[in-house]
Ligand binder design. Sequence first.
Ligand code: 5GP
Length: 181
Amino acid sequence: MLSNDIQEILVSADQIQHRVKELGEAISRDYQDKEPILVSILKGAVFFLSDLARAISIHISLDFMAISSYGDSQKTSGVVRILKDLDEIITGREVLIVEDIIDTGLTLRYLLNNLEARKPASLKICTLLDKPFRRIVKLPIAYQGFEIPDKFVVGYGLDYKQRYRNLPFIGVLKPELLEDR
Ligand code: 5GP
């Protein structure tokens, strides 16, 4: 069974659902009378996005980007290739980036610069998980679900070699399952 590969659960399914509700309420309050566009990065963040969107009680729209890091998929260089760009034009729109995890911050910094150039009315970040210990670039995080230690986590959208995304919680893999990490 999938969960047999997990050494430790860092954030339980209940904790996630409770926090996502709170984030949805905060976003609904902060963007009252506005209609933000939630921009999510495929594929990891879509689990979070789909729960978060349903916890938001104002009008929103959704859009997606797909990116790929150059080189080793487990280490970020910050230089990303855009595989799928947004469908919508975001100029003058309120944009909220919905991310699963921020580690060094390099990936998101690159995306922020890219999206800022399109002159949105506002551009904010909502991340489920924040690993601040390895942060290289400062990022303005408006909404954060949980701060977690510097461990490689899987579940609730986060993968290891494309597996484990469908775990309902955030956990740490047994070390013997991790190659060269
Ligand atoms: P950053 O550019 O902030 O260092 O890295 C961000 C990306 O690296 C995330 O979007 C995610 O794809 C990946 N990443 C960073 N930490 C983890 C982790 O603990 N688990 C998984 N599965 N991916 C991670």
